[in-house]
Ligand binder design. Structure first.
Ligand code: GAR
Length: 208
């Protein structure tokens, strides 16, 4: 069985969705860069190994990345899943885990990388919004796209309602994308991900 190490910084609802999905894989550890990350409670209550690599204890990004990598390696990861991990990882770290580290981002990338994605989507008046699961590259919120889910933006949507509706889709597509990874259904050719799974396309479309 493949080992997944999940990295979080806060609430951890995507981590919870991955754990609850009953994937054919072992969640080997949940690691946070913040001791007060709310999601650590659920992880500990679920009997998962939990570790904190407190970013405040390191003076440089390199030192933090090295400590994080050491913590991850203790759990023999096949896949590292960033789940609301709000810290930019250095190029060496990302290259070390190339093809084995995925992220979820609350927008239809390449639109709206970075923060405040829902606010920016409303400001731009986009009609479709959503989330993206992608392989991580040294460029932030960028990399071969594995899965996306789109929702229509309603006239009554606020930043909060949009965030909640997108989060619902995140909880659906992130476990699905990770399932595809652990089942060996993903191939990357020239930066394009091919998914070999029944119903893969339909699973990503949301009509609203
Ligand atoms: C999620 O919406 C995730 O997509 C986003 O942070 C939130 C974490 O929520 N990630 C990013 O913005 C990464 N660029 P969670 O802790 O409840 O999973």
């Amino acid at each position: 069985m493949k080992n997944i190490v999940i990295l979080i910084s806060g609430r951890g609802s995507n981590m919870e969705a991955i754990v609850r999905a009953g994937l054919p894989a072992r969640v080997a550890a949940v690691i946070s860069n913040r001791a007060d990350a709310e999601g650590l409670k659920f992880a500990a209550q679920s009997g998962l190994p939990v570790e904190v690599v407190d970013e405040r204890e390191f003076s440089s990004r390199g030192a933090f990345d090295a400590a994080l990598e050491a913590a991850i390696e203790r759990h023999s990861p096949d896949l590292v899943a960033l789940a609301g991990f709000m810290r930019i990882l250095g190029g060496d770290f990302v290259r070390h885990y190339s093809g084995r580290v995925v992220n979820i981002h609350p927008s239809l990338l390449p639109a709206f990388p970075g923060l405040h994605t829902h606010r920016r989507a409303l400001q731009e008046g986009v009609k479709l919004h959503g989330c993206t699961v992608h392989f991580v590259t040294p460029q932030v919120d960028h990399g071969p796209i594995i899965a996306q889910a789109a929702i229509s933006v309603r006239a009554v949507d606020t930043e909060a309602t949009l965030a909640a509706r997108v989060l619902q889709q995140e909880h659906r597509v992130y476990p699905l994308a990770i399932r595809w990874f652990v089942e060996g259904r993903l191939a990357v050719e020239n930066g394009i991900v091919r998914v070999d799974a029944p119903g893969a396309r339909q699973a990503l479309l949301v009509e609203e």
